[in-house]
Write a protein that binds this ligand. Sequence first.
Ligand code: GCV
Length: 843
Amino acid sequence: MRRKIAFSLVFGIATVLAGGLCAGAQRADQAWLKYRPLSKRLSVPMRVEVMGQRRIERSAASELVRGLRSLAGESSSDAGPDSIVLATVEELTREKRKSIVPTLEPDEFQISWSRDQSLRELDIVGGSDRGLLYGVFALLRHLAEGADMSRAVLRERPAMAIRWVDQWDNADGSVERGYAGSSIFFEGGKVRDDLRPVAEYARLLASVGINGCNVNNVNNAAPFLNSEMIRGLALVADAMRPWGVRLAMSVDVASPQKIGGLATYDPLDPAVKAWWNAKVNEIYALIPDFAGFTVKADSEGQPGPASYGRTPADAANTLAIALAPHGGVVLYRAFVYNHHLDWNDPKADRARAAYDIFHPLDGKFAQNVIVQTKEGPIDFQVREPVSPLFGGLTQTSQAMEVQITQEYTGQQRHVVYLAPLWKQVLDFDMRVEGSTTLVRNLIARKGGGMVGVSGVGRDAWLGSPLAMANLYAFGRLAWDPNLAPEEIAREWTGQTIGNDPDVVRTVGKMLMQSWPAYEDYTGPLGLQTLTDITGSHYGPGIEGSENNGWGQWHRADHEGVGMDRSVATGTGYAGQYPPEVAKEYESAATTPDALLLFFHHVPYTYKLDSPGFGGKTVIQYLYDSHYRGAAQAAEFVRDWETLKGKIDPALYDNVLPRLEYQAGHAIVWRDAVVQYFLKLSGIPDAQGRAGKYPGRMEAEDARLDGYQVVDVMPWEDASRGKAVRCDQKEPLQEGKQRSCSAEWMYEGAAGRFDVAVQYFDLQGGAAKFALTVNGRAAGANASWVGDAMLPTRRLHGDNSTRHVVQGVALKPGDVIRVEGTPDANDPAALDYVEVVPAGSDPH
Ligand code: GCV
């Protein structure tokens, strides 16, 4: 038995697949599956044989041919006599093709060389067709990175059973917390007609070993169980199936009442149980490999079993019993908390909720229930401690939920590579019963795993090219949590951007520095992301998280900052960890400084003592970290500039303005947090920077024509809390643009400078700006349009944006002028201009 599918036939499949995508369609090669031609000959055969005919095997074969041909470039026509043979263990055993057949688990693969008479074969054997597919992607990954595979032997299996992405897509096509355009799955209340991007997404997911995709938002999920929607979802499942990605969906536990017409949704009511059984049967009749349900209940306004005095275990088990005969699972989210907490109650603590509710239920969940817990006890903040619930559910299957879409970490406008954060959680030792208990092992037990909230959309998957490193890293860590984030960054860069050692080194360095930098300029010391948590979750809003029921509090006052979560004097949260960890967090002296303010309220003068914190006081560290983080963000621009000419020019041009924007927004963050804590604490910055901005000229101090001075809310989001906006009420005269201007007399030394203009770029209009000196354009890019799509429709740190004109010649007495022309909802608002030494501002 040889060559069930000849090379030419396999190539035919690949051509059909590639040809099926119209120009401009969303493709996996916009991400890491580029297979850029290598400058050297491939170290593996070009001929591909596949023993089986199943759909996933055909995908594997076509992907391999596509990848090999593309990687080989010019030399691809020279196939040679040797082959790569694709087979499953079952096929090899049945066909008696090899003397030794490996024993493999279903998703496991082995890649090894053998001989068939005089010919060499590279065998890719899968424990199942999916294992085979993973083997193909592994081989292509190594080749794309330039590895020599001429003697390779590889054997890998995933560490975890659950390797899912969750989408928070709504039927109308919007994506909750998505920052990359509208849904690839839904539009106008139903499944989209064009599901080619879904197939490409599944291909991308499969390439990093992801095996499940939940496609709809955990909020408002009831309509997704309507029969018409289920028929649509069956088509989505069909699109993903060739890549071994199983469809899952979020369900609303109140569906029996909301769409089923029952009087109740009490999970213990027999009619409710019967409704779920029938609904699950309906799903499996159309989607036989349906993976299961995800549930958000009794949380943030979603209905839940608490309405009937029932527990999450009651609700989860009712669903689990319906799914069990079909092999489906329930991922029941532990993100259950009261968002009407009393801020005045020093014992109230949202961080406690998951453990308080779920720990007593350990052992009460059905076998096919997996409790899905966010990595930290709050909500994907820039830094939180690891959720204690991972150590509190020893009898229950668990999955760890992380967020790939960067809700609280810069919303893809900022580069923040999250693998180091996730890795820290995976490697955390809970010390359950006093012995080594790594979180990665806790979640890998009993069919658990990792779930990443992905948020891809129609804008090149995640919008920003560098953000794709997070989707890649999520899959790789779920497959192998032992991988180092640096290693994953190197892999991703090699496949996506280039193998040039300078490129790999520079991009790797940027990625690895990005999370620490973001933490530095947003919320260090365990303060969490200091953003307005009732709003967009994007720009600075330090006080916004206080004084409301949502519980993301930092409790900063004039004397000190941080939330006391100790058992002795605080909320008792620290006591939810196993004793050794609880003891460490109980006292400020032993709590790692990176988490100090999450666990303790300390005076601003409290001295930090962990390595890297330099024996500084808390307040000085707050100042220093913000200046350091913003400087690091500026450095990213310079790092990227070193890649000019070494990488794809389109990618270079795409990323550069994003990094420039990030550098400017990091300054907005820096100044907001620093001036907030300077005012609150009254303690000056030992380095003399806080509140002092040499070269800055405030808009409210300018000679204004048409512009009105306004207070910005929150005040810390604008320099000195004020800005100017152009709201001319009188009607426009024909042919005359209404505009406003602000003028300053330059009084510094003569020389060449960069001039930064800080303006507010509001959605719903594209205001125009022009910077002149003595009536002449100040430089090449001295006129620009504020047309970015930034959050919040009023003047705010979310939309405060920096535009830099470089190399401006200035001398004392020159008149610097900004003219702003409003457009629709955008009042061309200005905060300040700042004159800085040439080359010192990221541009
Ligand atoms: C899907 C946070 C987000 C919500 C999200 C929720 C959750 O609160 O801001 O958009 O809702 O988490 O994880 O359920």
